[in-house]
Every structure is written in C-alpha cells, then in structure tokens.
Design a protein around this ligand. Structure first.
Ligand SMILES: *Cc1c(COP(=O)(O)O)cnc(C)c1O
Length: 481
C-alpha cells in the first residue's frame, strides 16, 4: 500500500468543501434564528440511552452523515448559552467571528507550547493587549488558559514560589506557616486551588463581606494581625473583581495598599469584572487592578469569545519562569531555527501542548474592538438594573441582593417553603424553554440568579424571564393552595 493511501485527507476535496460551506450556513442560520427556539430542551431519555449504548465506531461513515447527527443533537439539545434568554450561571454568548476563528485554528492545528512560529507571536500580542487594557507594564507576561479556575490556580502557585523561593519546587512547602486571604464571596475555584497546590484549604482565610458583598477591610486587617501573632506569614491576598453571586467588586486600590504594607502578593480574580476596563463609564469600578501582581480573567464570559478562553497575566515573565520553567533536553531552545524564540509558553504555565486559543481572542478583539465589547458590557449592566427595578416594583418578587453589575438575585415570595418553591420555579422555567436562570444562596435564602452576560440579550428577554417566573410561581402557588 502506498503511504498516501492511508491519509485522512480526501482524494477529491470538493465534497468536503461543500460540507464545510453547508456547516457554516446552517450554523449561522441557527444563530440568526435563536429567539424563535426554546433556550434549552431536556435530552429525551431514549436519546440519552442511545448515546450511552453506542459502541466504538470501528468503521467510518460519510462525514455528511456524521455532521447531521451532531447537528441534530446540538441544535436541539445543546446548552443554550448562545441564546439571548440564557442567564444561568455566568456564561458568555460567543460570537460568529470567534466561531470562524475556531474552525480556522483547528485547520492550522498549531501547538503553542513552544518553538518560533507566528501563532505564538499572536498570543503574545493578545497578552500585551490585555496588559495595555488593564494598565499593566509593557513587559507583562501571561498565557491564555482554559479559564479562570486554571488562571487562579496559577496565581496561587506563582505566589507560593515568590514567597518560598526555588526550594519549594524541590521540597514542597515543608513546615512553612503561610496564610492567604480572600472574601467569603470568592469563587469556589479559589479554595480548590489551595487544595490542588498542596497548601491545603485551611491556608486560605475567608474574610467576611460587608453589606455590599465586598471584602470587609477591618475583618481582613484583624485576621492578618491574628495570624502574625500566631506565627503565620501572610503571603497572598486574592481579591475578586465581580463575585459570582452578586457581581460585587472588592475595594482593589485599598487592598493593594494592604498587600504592599504586608509584603503579600496581590492576585485579582477578574473572571467577570476585569473586562469592565473595556467600558469607559464602568472601568473606574476596577480602579486599582493595575497594582495587582497578577490577574485572572475570562474572555469566554464578557469577552464573548467562544469557550474556552481564560487568561493569566503577571507583571513580568520572571515569577512564571520561577514557578513553571524547565528545560528538558528534548525541548532545548536554540539561537536560530524553529527551536528559537525563548521563553517558550510551556515554561510560563502548567501545559506543554497548547492549542491556538489565541486566534479566536485575536480575531474577536480585532473585529469588534474593545469599544464595542465594552458597549455590550455596559448594556448587560443596564439590563440588570432594568430587571432589578421591575423586580422591586413587583409585589410577588423580592430582590435579594444589591445589583452593582450584571447579576440579579431575587425570588418569588408568594407562598410557604420559599426555598423549595423557588427551586421548583427555576426548574419549571428552564424546562419551559422560555428562559434559563440558575440558583444560588444569598444569606441562607435560595435565590433565582440571572447573570446577564450575553451580547444578544435585550429587554424583551428580561421581561420573558420575569414573566415566566411569575407564571410558574402563580401556578405553583395555586397548586399548593
Ligand atoms: C467563572 C468564574 C471563575 C471560574 O472561571 P472558569 O473560567 O469557569 O474556570 C472564577 N471566578 C469567578 C468570579 C467566576 O465568575
């Protein structure tokens, strides 16, 4: 057999080319008609069973058939996060140019772990743009990673190396008595980062929040004082710019002062809020972020870049190299040739092989510019204020937390056992396909949470959500009466 007979490329490209065109057409038709579709539909049991029972495909089939099968599943039973009525958790809407970029990046199939090729230069460009946006120094360094869970973990690891020096890489933390601080409203990936890093969750002090859900500075100072008196070394302060429950932003400039005075690394979890820097009227809310040692942010949330696209940024490459740098003999950089171009990205983070995430970010930023992305962010915040005003005016609804950003926590309050009732209402609304909110807990009360992140969401979608909650609430209230 000739070697080329076993290639996966087609002999004649015309059919596959036609399929590619059709896939783009059908995808864009789907995107253009989202509002005529339910936000989400549950996967029928029979179909789930069929998917779970299907054996490994040993023989191939025509790509048209395979695509149609995927399309029929995904257009009908997908997550729904591109739909303007999707307000569950904190999900970005993606964008059509970012989708084209993903197709193109997959075709180029670049590995951005290292070597001297232009895709890496494009990722470095994105990192420089993020630094410029946030007011970080021009020598800042970082990586695009899966998401802020990974970027926050990197922040913890880098701060640990900075505190303990190179010996921590050989010996672990030994009997070092380290203490780190974050707010009680911080995302759950932060305590998990301490678990993964081997520091243990108890190294992290969860500081109570004030009535605005921001870290309480008096409580922080008290915790630091007590830790020092007990022989602990404060090494890391993790601030949040946009908490996952209410969108609260910790007082970043004042936290930067405290971190400086105590010799702590300041890392900002900006998964939601760092991109407020794109919106001129809102960027003041994150003033002080430019003083952080490192930042995590998510392009796949308010940046509207398709999943996944997180980012870790530090003020220079040095602390990253000190944490992750390696030079095994099979990855030795050289002065010239394809192995030039140090440092290679794999030395700045935990991954060796790395996909071309940067292209969808690069194309999204270049196509829309930060101004248009910022306008989408401002629009989401205005819609959240509109939702809050409607909720406050509606006797059957109760607003459960302030709305400083794009997240609205509320509940239906006409009935008994409100937690059960609101959990039922959220499932009812999701299953109706009218909207997708999610649940959280605010001061012990189960809350309906609407996070408005999608650039496609409009007032009519907010109205559809609130009308659906009222409708399901009344139905449930009538049933139990
Ligand atoms: C989403 C989120 C995270 C986790 O980010 P992923 O990209 O989902 O890994 C961390 N912190 C906050 C505040 C978030 O909203």
């Amino acid at each position: 057999m000739e070697p080329d007979e076993t290639s996966l490329d087609p002999k004649d490209w015309s059919e596959l080319r036609a399929l590619g065109h059709r896939m783009v057409d059908e995808l864009f038709d789907h995107m253009a008609a989202l509002r005529s579709q339910p936000v989400w539909r549950p996967l029928p049991l029979s179909l789930r069973a069929q998917l779970r029972g299907e054996p490994l495909p040993r023989q191939g089939r025509a790509p048209e058939q395979v695509y149609q099968e995927a399309r029929d599943l995904l257009f009908r039973y997908g997550l729904g996060s591109i739909h303007p009525g999707f307000m569950g958790w904190v999900h970005g809407g993606g964008n059509p140019v970012g989708a084209l970029a993903e197709l193109f990046a997959a075709g180029i199939n670049a590995n951005l772990g290292g070597r001297d090729h232009v895709a890496i230069e494009m990722e470095r460009q994105v990192i420089r743009w993020v630094a410029e946006l946030l007011g970080f120094p021009s020598e800042s360094a970082g990586l695009l990673v899966t998401g802020s869970s990974q970027a926050n973990l990197m922040g913890v690891l880098v701060a640990r190396s900075a505190a303990l020096g190179p010996s921590v890489r050989a010996h672990g933390i030994g009997d070092a008595k380290l203490a780190a601080y974050t707010s009680a409203a911080a995302h759950a990936c932060i305590p998990r980062a301490f678990e993964i890093a081997g520091l243990g969750r108890e190294t992290l002090r969860e500081i109570p929040v004030d009535s605005e859900y921001q870290m309480d500075l008096a409580e922080l100072r008290k915790a630091i004082r007590e830790d020092k008196a007990r022989g602990y070394r404060p090494f890391l302060l993790l601030a949040t710019a946009g908490t996952v429950d209410t969108g609260a932003i910790d007082p970043l400039a004042r936290l930067a002062e405290i971190a400086r005075a105590e010799g702590m690394w300041l890392h900002v979890d900006g998964a939601i809020g760092a991109l407020l820097a794109c919106a001129p009227a809102l960027r003041e809310k994150i003033a002080g972020i430019e003083q952080a040692q490192s930042v995590a942010l998510d392009f796949h949330k308010w940046g509207q870049v398709p999943y996944d696209a997180g980012c870790f940024l530090a003020r220079s490459a040095a602390p990253l190299l000190a944490t992750f740098g390696q030079n095994p003999h099979y990855l030795q950089p050289t002065a010239r040739g394809l192995a030039a171009g140090t440092p290679w990205p794999f030395e700045l983070g935990p991954d060796l092989s790395r996909g071309f995430r940067a292209l969808k970010v690069w194309m999204t930023l270049k196509t829309y510019g930060t101004e248009r992305l910022g306008a989408c962010i401002a629009q989401c915040c205005a819609l959240a204020r509109y939702a809050a005003a409607r909720i406050s005016a509606e006797p059957e609804l109760e607003l459960l937390a302030p709305v400083p950003l794009n997240i609205v926590c509320f509940r239906y309050r006409n009935g008994n056992t409100l937690d059960t009732l609101n959990a039922d209402i959220v499932a009812d609304v999701q299953e109706s396909g009218l909207a997708v909110p999610s649940l959280t807990r605010i001061q012990g009360k189960l809350a309906i949470r609407a996070a408005i992140v999608n650039h496609r969401t409009r007032r009519e979608d907010i109205d559809a959500l609130l009308d659906a909650v009222l409708k399901m609430g009344r139905l449930r209230a009538a049933q139990s009466a």
